[in-house]
Design a protein around this ligand. Sequence first.
Ligand code: SF4
Length: 109
Amino acid sequence: MNPINSRREVLISLTSVAAMLAGAAARAADKAGPLPRLKPTEPLAMALSYFEDAGKVDAKKFPTYKPGQLCSNCLQLTGKAGDEWRPCNLFPGKLVHANGWCKVYVKKP
Ligand code: SF4
């Protein structure tokens, strides 16, 4: 067999395997479904004073809170802009509300 043809066949096979693995990973992610939503009553949420609705933050109790601070404009929020519930680096494996807030809020630059 010609070594160039052989290498080409190996590359084609590897590409096909990679595409199959990517498809399987995507299907597994679909089956797993979305991450669960963080409940404000969970221990880490309570430790960081997480609110699902920043409008309910008591500014006297949390003097670092300023109106307009929302998870949606926090540096720690990831995921897709515009989604109501998104992942946060501080709460791995959970989703926080875009209109939420917690005491480690950092404005996104
Ligand atoms: S770190 Fe930011 S995005 Fe995460 S819960 Fe706190 S305010 Fe929201």
